[in-house]
Ligand binder design. Structure first.
Ligand code: BJW
Ligand code: ZN
Length: 249
């Protein structure tokens, strides 16, 4: 999009947002790309020769849990070296403006929104910074430092798995219901840095649209969500979100 088209789109987006009572944001891997976290569908889909689906799936876990932990420890090591970018911080500033009428639904497991200072965050695909015990079910914070490849629960001694939603697994009911409610009730939905191909997360976009919300997309390129977007802002979210924030005044 040309600089002029971007200016016009930013002005339209700012005008919608200024009169919005409730704002919901859906983020994906693109919002963390400028921090140095690789996105999913831009890479070759491989990790050390393994298909991601083979290490980030219940079947992969059943086959070789140590390999799965090695994969997640490598991801955690990457995230330990990165920082939130201006896109994350712009969303923190927006939450300050709308307070408890602002909800950030993220598919990201890197924890960068919370690190930036966002508060009302729903991590619908889980977190690299949490474990879940297969024995007692306890979900625990484990920070971002590497764990062993066979970590045990400090409460019951059971086997720990990453607290991540793998393909074919259901999302946590409570977290998903809150995300649905936020999409259902918002006046404006910001869709930031997601290819919008993974469900049920992507379904939040048509759900909000059907309820009459204005949908504003932030991405490098159009996506599966673009058909629902009233305004498309195409460029790096670490640049575009702060520009929009500035326009809001
Ligand atoms: C920038 C940028 C910059 C770059 N600025 N932008 C309905 C229809 C079809 C299939 C299904 C369906 N319902 C369920 C399914 C099956 C499946 C699914 O959706 N499959 C599709 C792929 C077809 N869903 C599930 O299995 C879900 N479970 C479920 O629904 O349970 C019940 C059920 C099961 C089976 C059948 C039916 C019902 C669970 C989904 C869990 C997703 N988990 C993952 C991996 C976690 C593992 C891990 O992280 O280690 O979560 S998949 C992966 O994709 C990860 C992400 O959160 C997710 C979304 O990806 P995202 O964030 O959109 O990233 P990218 O890379 O795709 O896009 C990045 C975007 O950023 C791009 O557009 C760039 O252009 C942009 N970008 N730089 C702005 N600087
Ligand atoms: Zn336990």
């Amino acid at each position: 999009m040309t600089a002029e088209e971007l200016e016009t789109a930013l002005e339209r987006a700012a005008r919608w947002l200024r009169v919005s009572e409730r704002v919901c944001v859906l983020t994906g891997a693109g919002v963390s790309a400028e921090s140095g976290v690789p996105t999913f569908r831009a890479s070759d889909g491989l990790w050390e020769g393994h298909r991601i689906e083979d290490v980030a799936s219940p079947e992969g876990w059943d086959r070789n849990p140590a390999l799965v932990w090695n994969f997640y420890n490598a991801r955690r090591a990457n995230v330990a070296t990165v920082k939130p970018n201006p896109g994350h911080f712009a969303l923190v500033a927006m939450e300050d403006r709308w307070d408890d009428r602002f909800c950030l639904v993220t598919q990201n497991v890197d924890g960068l929104h919370l690190e930036a200072g966002s508060v009302n965050v729903l991590e619908i695909h889980g977190s690299l910074r949490k474990t879940r015990c297969l024995g007692c079910g306890a979900v625990a914070n484990c920070g971002i430092e590497p764990l062993s490849d066979t970590p045990d629960c400090s409460v019951c001694g059971g086997r720990l798995r990453p607290h991540i939603v793998w393909f074919g697994e259901g999302l946590d009911d409570d977290v998903w219901m809150k995300a649905l409610e936020s999409a259902d009730q918002c006046d404006t939905l910001l869709v930031v840095g997601t290819s919008a191909v993974v469900h049920p997360a992507a379904s939040l976009v048509p759900i909000a649209r059907r309820k009459g919300a204005t949908v504003i997309e932030f991405n490098l390129t159009p996506t599966d969500a673009s058909v629902y977007a009233d305004v498309g802002l195409y460029g790096p979210s670490g640049v575009i979100l702060p520009k929009l924030l500035q326009r809001l005044g």
